[in-house]
Design a protein around this ligand. Structure first.
Ligand SMILES: NC(=O)c1ccc[n+]([C@@H]2O[C@H](COP(=O)([O-])OP(=O)(O)OC[C@H]3O[C@@H](n4cnc5c(N)ncnc54)[C@H](O)[C@@H]3O)[C@@H](O)[C@H]2O)c1
Ligand SMILES: [Zn+2]
Length: 331
C-alpha cells in the first residue's frame, strides 16, 4: 500500500485561470490534506537549473517531508521543472501532474522524464521521476492561447505517425475544424496518443532502446527551437523536424512520397505548415546545437526515420554535418 500523503504543495503556472486553480485547491482541501501554493516561474526561458533549485528550496521551506506530494498544475515547462525539483528534494518526493496544455496532455505529462535546459540546449539536466498520477480535464484547454494549442498538435502529429493505425487514420480523415479545442475527435486523439506513449514508455522506461522512437522530429527540431529564442514553439519545431525526417526517409527510399504528401495534408489541417518563422541557424551554429543531442553516440547522431505510419526506424551513425544539411535543405 502507498504511504498516506502528509501534505500537498501545488506548484502552478500563473497563466492558468483562477477557476482552474480553485478547482484543484478545493479538491485537495476537500480531501482533508494540508496544502501550500507555489507560483512556478513561467515559460521555456525559466526552464533552468536555477528555477528548479529555487523551487526545491521553496519546497523545503514549505516543510515538505518524504510523504508530501507536489502537484504540478500547468504545461510541460511546469511539470518538467516541478517534477525535477521533486526528484531532488529529500532525494525524491512524490509528484503528480495536472496538465493544462494540449502538449502536456498528449506528451509531457506522460513518461517520467523531468528536467531543465542548460548550455543553450534542451533538457540537458534532469531525472527520470515518474508522477504518481496524471489527471486530464479537457475543459482546461479553453483558456489556452491558439499558438500553444497548435504546439500540442505538433506532438500529436508525431505520435500519430509513430502509432499508425486508428490514430493516424483519424488524424488524416479529420477536417481542420475537428482538430480544434474540445471537439470529440480531439479528445479521442489525445486519449489514443497518451495510451500509445504510455505503452512505449512501459516497454522501456529509461530509454535504453525502444523508447528512442518518441524522439521522431526532435533531433531535427530541437536545434531550431533552441536557436529561435521562443519564436518557434516546441510543437512547431517538432513538426518541422518530422518534415525533415520524412523527406530524408523518402530520399533514402525508405518510405513513399504518399506519406510525405499525407503528412503535409495533416500539417495543413493542424495549422503547422507555415514555413519556419525564423532564420535557420548557420551550419556552425547547427553543429554546436546538434553536438548537445543527448542521443549522440561517439559523436554520431541517431535519427528516427520512418517506413510508413506505424513503422518508425531507428538509424544510428549520422554525422552532425549530414543532419545539419538535412535541416538546411528543408527550411
Ligand atoms: N518531459 C517530457 O517527456 C516532455 C515531453 C514533451 C515536451 N516536454 C517539454 O514541455 C515543454 C513544452 O510544454 P508546453 O507547450 O505545455 O509549454 P508551457 O508549459 O510553457 O505552456 C505554454 C504556455 O501556455 C501557458 N498556459 C499553460 N496552461 C494554460 C492554460 N490552461 N490557459 C492559458 N495559458 C496556459 C503557459 O503559461 C505558457 O505560456 C517544453 O519545454 C518541452 O521540452 C517535455
Ligand atoms: Zn517533444
Amino acid at each position: 500500500m502507498r504511504p498516506h500523503v502528509s501534505s500537498v504543495v501545488v506548484v502552478y503556472d500563473s497563466a492558468v485561470p483562477e477557476y482552474l486553480l480553485r478547482q484543484v485547491t478545493n479538491a485537495v482541501t476537500d480531501n482533508g490534506c494540508s496544502m501550500k501554493l507555489i507560483k512556478a516561474a513561467r515559460g521555456e526561458k525559466n526552464k533552468t537549473v536555477e528555477s528548479a533549485m529555487q523551487l526545491a528550496k521553496k519546497l523545503l521551506k514549505a516543510k515538505v517531508d518524504r510523504n508530501s506530494l507536489v502537484l504540478a498544475v500547468g504545461g510541460g515547462v511546469t511539470s518538467d521543472v516541478a517534477g525535477f525539483a521533486a526528484s531532488m528534494t529529500l532525494r525524491g518526493i512524490r509528484w503528480a501532474c495536472l496538465p493544462t496544455t494540449l502538449l502536456s496532455m498528449v506528451d509531457a505529462s506522460i513518461g517520467g522524464k523531468t528536467g531543465v535546459n542548460a548550455l543553450g540546449a534542451k533538457n540537458m539536466i534532469g531525472a527520470f521521476h515518474f508522477p504518481e498520477f496524471v489527471h486530464t480535464d479537457f475543459r482546461w484547454l479553453k483558456s489556452l492561447p491558439e499558438r500553444e494549442f497548435r504546439s500540442g498538435l505538433g506532438e500529436l502529429q508525431k505520435t500519430a505517425l509513430l502509432a499508425g493505425g486508428k490514430l493516424w487514420r483519424i488524424c488524416l480523415e479529420a477536417k481542420a475544424k475537428q482538430l480544434r479545442k474540445s471537439t470529440p475527435t480531439l479528445r479521442e486523439l489525445v486519449k489514443l496518443s497518451a495510451k500509445y506513449k504510455a505503452k512505449v514508455v512501459a516497454g522501456d522506461p529509461k530509454e535504453a532502446n525502444t523508447r528512442h522512437i518518441l524522439n521522431l522530429g526532435h533531433t531535427f527540431g530541437h536545434p531550431l527551437e533552441s536557436a529561435s529564442n521562443g519564436k518557434l514553439s516546441h510543437g512547431e519545431a517538432v513538426s518541422f523536424g518530422i518534415r525533415c525526417a520524412i523527406s530524408h526517409s523518402v530520399e533514402q527510399q525508405l518510405c513513399s512520397t504518399k506519406l510525405a504528401a499525407d503528412n503535409l495534408t495533416l500539417s495543413r489541417s493542424m495549422g503547422l505548415d507555415t514555413v519556419t518563422k525564423m532564420k535557420v541557424p548557420t551550419t556552425s551554429e547547427l553543429r554546436r546545437l546538434l553536438g548537445h543531442d543527448k542521443k549522440s553516440k561517439d559523436g554520431k547522431l541517431t535519427l528516427i526515420l520512418i517506413e510508413k505510419a506505424g513503422r518508425p526506424l531507428v538509424c544510428d551513425g549520422y554525422l552532425v554535418d549530414d543532419v545539419a544539411k538535412i535541416i538546411i535543405a528543408n527550411q
